[in-house]
Design a protein around this ligand. Sequence first.
Ligand code: THU
Length: 132
Amino acid sequence: MSKEELIAIAIDARKLSYSPYSKFAVGAAIKCKDGSIYVGANVENASYSLCMCAERNAIYSAMMDGKTCDDFESMAIVADTENVCSPCGACRQVLSELFPHDAPIYLANLHGDSMEATVDMLLPFAFSGEDL
Ligand code: THU
């Protein structure tokens, strides 16, 4: 599967977003080494701090199907932004624990722009369980 196909799946997943408060819909798609795909979209709540991001919904969905860090191959994240959509700090922290540090993460928007990043690029010098 190409990068463009994974981004297209994230664009589709974005349609599942429940974002009546921010009206900012985000979609994410994770491709696993076995070819399986897991998607996520952001889900908001009137109690704003309970909002859950697309990226975390995708990774938690994969984990609830038995997948672990070693199974993940790549990820795409999409929103209707002018530049590519960059994950929030909380998602970077979660990805740094649960997603391979050298795996491609495609940041994209709806206008065909994309860039490739990795967890190490997004969160250098991360806090981790090894620091505890
Ligand atoms: N959001 C995501 O889903 N992913 C990000 O990386 C950035 C922010 C969501 C959270 C909230 O529902 C909305 O976008 C506005 O912040």
